[in-house]
Ligand binder design. Structure first.
Ligand SMILES: [Cu+2]
Length: 327
């Protein structure tokens, strides 16, 4: 894992220049370092291209290598979809046909796309796209839900642990029975970070961070917001790759849970919802009092490693700017 700060980088550069002017063998070392830094690929995020013609949805995404901040000042040179971890949240409707194009901008490694939302032969539709190439695949999305997507290139564990995942929401054609009650909705994706690109650690180690939406700080520093009396809906998915989630909201009870986001899989009055690796849910609840409501995995070793979000409830639904409650 690289801990970088602009200050540190500047300092390092200054001291290298200074040393280089003193000794010849240091110049060699500097050149090697320069080559290494040139080899560290960091491609800026790219917007996905999504267009619709009737029930045909065209989605174009990239596979690319991008530095992402997973904790304050801690960057991971991630394999990503479109330069963010998680990748873009996709939304289609039950009955749509997805025409998906993957453009592999990674100059070294093949990548692919496995949508959990579709029926398709993996050996034909989830195949590797070579570096610098692109491929297009079509499949119907006939089951509503909150589905994981991920790179399925071998070894899958490495591609997921390095950051290649996201969520696709397939909205039911007639909506959810509770749609009219919902005042606000958010998406939360739980995942783990291990030592950077260390397959042995992915296999046998413990995650260094367990996070919501890619890092351990954004959802505390910029709380999710609601107004007193609101009914809130969360689309959640635990992408793993290795751990399960015991998803819980402190200070409320989930009035309804749609397991995997299917309107027919409804449960009532849940305190905690168990999400297997790749499992999703829609959870809905009301907030009755002003204050900060931590959202956690109730596996508190994982919450302590970062999987905490804050839902801030105020009289007007606006952020009061206070420091978030810790948990
Ligand atoms: Cu990949």
């Amino acid at each position: 894992m690289l801990k970088l700060s602009r200050y540190a980088i500047t300092l390092a550069a200054v001291s290298i220049l200074f040393l280089a002017s003193c000794e010849g063998n240091v110049t060699e070392q500097v050149q090697t370092e320069k080559v290494n830094s040139e080899q560290r690929i960091n491609q800026p995020p790219v917007q996905p291209i999504i267009t619709r013609e009737g029930q045909a949805v065209h989605i174009e995404m990239t596979a690319q290598v991008t530095d992402v901040e997973i904790s304050k000042g801690v960057f991971y040179n991630a394999w990503t979809f479109n330069g963010t971890v998680p990748g873009p949240i996709l939304r289609v409707k039950e009955g749509d046909t997805i025409h998906f194009t993957l453009r592999n901008m990674d100059p070294e490694v093949p990548h692919s796309m496995d949508f959990h939302a579709v029926h398709a032969a993996p050996s034909k539709k989830f195949i590797d796209i070579m570096p610098g190439e692109q491929g297009t695949f079509s499949y119907p999305a006939n089951t509503p839900g909150v589905f994981m997507y991920h790179c399925g290139t071998k070894p899958v564990l490495a591609h997921i642990a390095n950051g290649m995942y996201g969520v696709i929401i397939v909205e039911p054609k007639d909506g959810y029975p509770s749609d009219k009650e919902i005042d606000r909705e958010y998406t939360i994706v739980q995942s783990e970070w291990y030592k950077e690109k260390d397959f042995e650690d992915f296999m046998n180690g413990e995650p260094e961070y367990v996070v919501f939406n890619g890092n351990d700080f954004t959802l505390s520093e910029q709380p999710l917001l609601a107004k007193v009396g609101d009914t809130v809906r969360l689309y959640v998915n635990n992408v793993g790759p290795n751990e399960v989630s015991s998803f819980h909201i402190v200070g409320t009870i989930m009035d309804r849970v749609y397991i995997d986001g299917n309107p027919r899989n409804v449960l009532y009055g849940m305190q905690t919802v168990l999400l297997p690796a790749s499992g999703g849910a829609i959870v809905e609840f009301t907030v009755t009092e002003e204050g900060d409501y931590p959202i956690v995995t109730h596996q508190f070793d994982h919450a302590s490693k970062g999987a905490v979000a804050i839902l801030r409830v105020t009289a007007d639904g606006l952020d009061n700017g206070e420091a978030a409650m810790g948990h």
